[in-house]
Write a protein that binds this ligand. Structure first.
Ligand code: CA
Length: 226
């Protein structure tokens, strides 16, 4: 992003979710007496690039309209593989999408702003979108992170089932790193994500997390001295 050569790069960029091998109790692949944990091979990480989560918990991993696994089963696959990966949008011949701001991890959800530069002189702002993924699977939660939407016809969704949404367009400009606000939410676990565009405007999006957090009084007890 600091030189034109970088800005024009068409190479597909990837977000990786690594599982810290020290963090798994009883990790069979890690001998506590060893000087270092086993090396992870990112090439074998579970690929979530084309994955579509449905509100019934089914997951279409390759986006071909047939459901291949479930949200819970895929989480176990990721744990076994040591991580997940998500390729950003390819651009060729235009520049590829990339992440140039820090992601934010909040209540199990990684949010990030992705930016696609423009090489047009008259459209130099480029475009941004906001994505959210479960930190431990790389998938969109079945409840949706940015809500749900009617399934595409190609998904052959059962009646009453929708597609969980994990990406929203932020329009023109280079958006800032996401900031999370936990307010007095009507829905437990729902937070507000703020991002600021390079043109100054502030975007405010509701996002669902894995937390059952809720601002306010949880319980209260008065002690009296008799
Ligand atoms: Ca499929």
């Amino acid at each position: 992003m600091f030189t034109n050569a970088d800005k024009e790069s068409t190479e597909v960029q990837t977000l990786y979710g690594f599982i810290d091998q020290y963090s798994i109790p009883g990790n069979p692949g890690f001998d506590p007496g060893a000087s270092s944990p086993p090396l992870l091979d990112h090439a074998s990480f579970e690929d979530t690039t084309d994955a579509i989560t449905l509100t019934n918990g089914s997951v279409d991993l390759d986006g071909d309209g047939t459901q291949d696994t479930t949200y819970d089963a895929f989480g176990a696959d990721v744990a076994a593989a040591g991580g997940w990966k998500l390729e950003f949008r390819e651009g060729s011949p235009d520049p590829a999408e990339r992440q140039v701001t820090n992601p934010t991890l909040s209540f199990g959800i990684a949010t990030a702003t992705l930016f696609t530069p423009s090489t047009e002189l008259c459209g130099s702002e480029g475009e941004s979108r906001l994505i959210g993924r479960a930190y431990n699977s790389g998938l969109v939660l079945p409840s949706g992170i940015f809500g749900t939407d009617t399934c595409a016809d190609s998904q052959n969704c059962p009646d009453g089932v929708s597609e969980a949404i994990g990406s929203i367009s932020l329009g023109a400009g280079l958006a800032s790193s996401p900031s999370i606000h936990i307010g007095n939410q009507e829905v437990p676990g729902q937070v507000t994500v703020f991002v600021q565009g390079s043109t100054g405007e502030i975007d405010r999006e509701q996002a669902m997390t894995m937390g059952g957090i809720r601002n306010g009084e949880i319980s209260w007890q008065e002690f009296r001295a008799e």
